[in-house]
Design a protein around this ligand. Structure first.
Ligand SMILES: [Zn+2]
Length: 331
């Protein structure tokens, strides 16, 4: 029956109502009924065709699928599932998953037909004459500022695809879409991979891991994996490019008389000498103690901002000394 339009078989047009379809069917069923056409092979096959057409067009759900997918209407669920899965792959998947970027040649219903039923006689991946490079994958990775400072590594899970073993990647078993992969020829495959995250990454950095993307089907090179970095905000350090700004508490006496203070850095504390009469809010630059420049040996700076801490819970003696001081130096 393939190739014959079901509406034509019943002699109705595509917009025919349920009633018109029913009437057309009754008329033709009577006409070709074996009881009135004994021994007529043509009439018998016509009768079967008319019945089969009516079975589809009298059922609202089947008719809808037929209108959309034609002769392949029985695979509508598989088409839709394949389409749904592809749409899902295109979306960003949070929680360590990866995004599968489809190439420009996949999309829309036509290409799914093409995927499932093939333009030529060969099907699945062998259909392609040119080996295609595997798709790039992207995986979000969140690191702490300390990890970004020193560089780190992660084991990430990638949602990849692998050729379906049931149909050997062809998508078809005995001319029907494979049920294991729903006709797509590929099944999801979770791959774990240890990746290095270089020192100096920042939020928005894309770290390329060459050749660790989706493998190619048909002998082409694999795609690349991109790590999409987010650096978590830090309680102490504020990052400006490769410079780290940090607030340093300085006792009043040290600010007034000068002395040494401890400046926090991601690799521990550094001593900083400050001069006498250092004002509150003054910044000191510790050259080359900041974040590494990604991919280079230079580093940014630490910018240490003085935060003078006034004494509290003064003793009577201390209060007396401040009183004397205020008499010597009235405001
Ligand atoms: Zn399969």
């Amino acid at each position: 029956m393939a190739g014959k339009n079901l509406y034509d078989l019943l002699g109705v047009n595509k917009s025919a109502s349920d009633k018109e379809i029913k009437q057309a069917y009754r008329r033709l069923a009577r006409k070709y009924h074996p009881d009135v056409n004994a021994g007529d092979k043509d009439a018998e096959s016509k009768f079967k065709e008319v019945n089969a057409a009516y079975e589809v067009l009298s059922d609202a759900d089947k008719r809808k699928k037929y209108d959309k997918y034609g002769d392949k209407w029985q695979y509508a669920d598989q088409f839709e599932e394949a389409e749904r899965q592809q749409a899902q792959y295109r979306q960003y998947s949070p929680g360590g998953g990866a995004t599968y970027h489809f190439g420009g040649d996949i999309g829309g219903m036509d290409s799914i037909f093409e995927e499932l039923f093939g333009g030529g006689r060969t099907r699945g991946f062998s259909r392609r004459s040119q080996p295609r490079r595997g798709q790039d994958l992207e995986s979000p990775v969140e690191v702490t500022l300390e990890e970004a400072y020193h560089g780190t590594s992660r084991t990430i899970s990638l949602q990849m695809e692998t050729a379906c073993s049931a149909c050997k990647g062809t998508g078809m078993i005995q001319n029907l879409p494979c049920s294991a992969c729903r006709g797509t020829g590929v099944v999801p495959d979770i791959k774990r991979l240890e990746v290095k995250i270089p020192a100096g990454v920042a939020t928005g950095s894309r770290v390329r891991i060459a050749g660790k993307g989706q493998p190619s089907y048909g002998g082409g090179p694999s795609g690349d994996l991109y790590l999409k970095i987010t650096v978590r905000p830090h309680a102490k350090f504020e990052r400006h490019g490769d410079n780290l700004h940090v607030s340093v508490p300085v006792p009043l006496a040290t600010a007034v008389l000068g002395g040494e203070v401890q400046v926090p850095t991601p690799k521990g504390k550094l001593a900083l000498k400050i001069p006498a009469e250092t004002q509150n809010g003054k910044s000191f630059r510790l050259k080359g103690q900041g974040m590494p420049h990604l991919g280079k040996s230079e580093r940014g700076d630490i910018v240490a901002k003085v935060n003078v801490v006034l004494p509290t819970e003064l003793s009577d003696k201390e209060k007396e000394l401040f009183r004397q001081l205020s008499e010597i130096r009235p405001a």
